[in-house]
Design a protein around this ligand. Sequence first.
Ligand code: CA
Length: 224
Amino acid sequence: MNILIVEDEVQLADTLSEILKRNKYNVDAVFDGDDGLEYARTGIYDCILLDIMLPVRSGIEIVSILRREKNSTPIMLLTAKSEVEDKIQGLDCGADDYLTKPFSTGELLARIRALTRRKGEVEVDDIHFEELRLNRQTYMLIQDNNSIKLSLKEYQIMEMLMSNPGQILPKERFIEKIWGYESDVEYNNIEVYISFLRKKLASICSPVQIRTARGIGYFLEVKS
Ligand code: CA
């Protein structure tokens, strides 16, 4: 699970990174509002910890822009006690939660778990679709006694498909989530990764297939 920290107090950002890494999260930390917005826009994060008072661009501004751009990544504001008004404004703009500094590690981790659960993802190592499993830590795709390792992009695509069983996911969803909202990735780029994934599914003799809904996107189905 990927977490973005946007916090200009470098020492706090470092401490948070350490805590989260120890708890098996992948962490990126940036220290001003512009970098924060740029990283957040990639859409690869499962949760963003966002300070309000930041150089260049405030946390409130970042939340507003992301929500206007239909980026729905869960956002937790990190606020000082004196920033009550900002906190309310931030929640009104579309932040999901806030944490007042200083906070305990236990509370931080519990709130992150709650925020990321809200997206429908449970904190387990494996995602399942029928008998097919995908390991979140190792990126291994497993069918019975066969397994194969996925690249990061393949993993991200497969995770989206397996987390939304029975749904056709539009190509734009993959591109927004994996390459970022303003990305100019061509649609045939995703097709290349889908073809890699189909080969890998076949190589582990999985009955699960990635089907194309022509003109729309992709969905998973079990070969009958
Ligand atoms: Ca600050």
